[in-house]
Design a protein around this ligand. Structure first.
Ligand SMILES: [Zn+2]
Ligand SMILES: [Zn+2]
Length: 145
């Protein structure tokens, strides 16, 4: 391979990475938009419930909230799924102790100090581990079973 080929490949690789990044960002904003839409609809549902409650008190009737309750539950479930996708995309996860979003490579939570038991990254240097690896390829630390 000539030096010019190498340079050419380097450039394509760099621009591939760039368009990957751009894709990730637009996917992130799409997910954020979907979450915001559901959040807004949830607020609407609560507002409708409030109005129904008002009417029921005023007219002394029994309101039926069941359709709204199930819609809110559906929206909440979908929002959780979207948030999980978003976290995967951003490379973060939730602290099991305080629920704060922290980067995948964290060994301790920056908010509550919880030590994070990870079997996918080295407990010493934070390098990603191959599944089934017994030692870290970066620093040689034994992987806890
Ligand atoms: Zn925490
Ligand atoms: Zn290591």
């Amino acid at each position: 391979m000539s030096i010019f080929d190498k340079i050419g490949n380097g450039v394509t690789e760099a621009s591939n990475n760039l368009s990957m990044k751009a894709k990730e960002i637009s996917e992130q904003s799409r997910l954020n938009g979907e979450i915001a839409k559901r959040e807004a609809r949830k607020k609407e549902c609560f507002a409708i419930m409030g109005e129904m409650h008002y009417i029921s008190v005023k007219e002394q009737t029994e309101p039926d909230y069941s359709a709204l309750v199930s819609e809110i539950d559906t929206l909440s479930g979908e929002m959780e799924e979207l948030k999980t996708d978003l976290r995967k995309l951003k490379g973060v996860f939730l602290c099991p102790n305080c629920n704060m979003e922290i980067p995948n490579s964290s060994l301790f939570c920056p908010n509550c100090g919880q030590q994070l038991k990870r079997n996918d990254i080295c407990s010493n240097c934070g390098a990603p581990l191959e599944s089934g690896a017994k030692f870290c390829v970066k620093c040689g630390t034994r992987v806890a079973e």
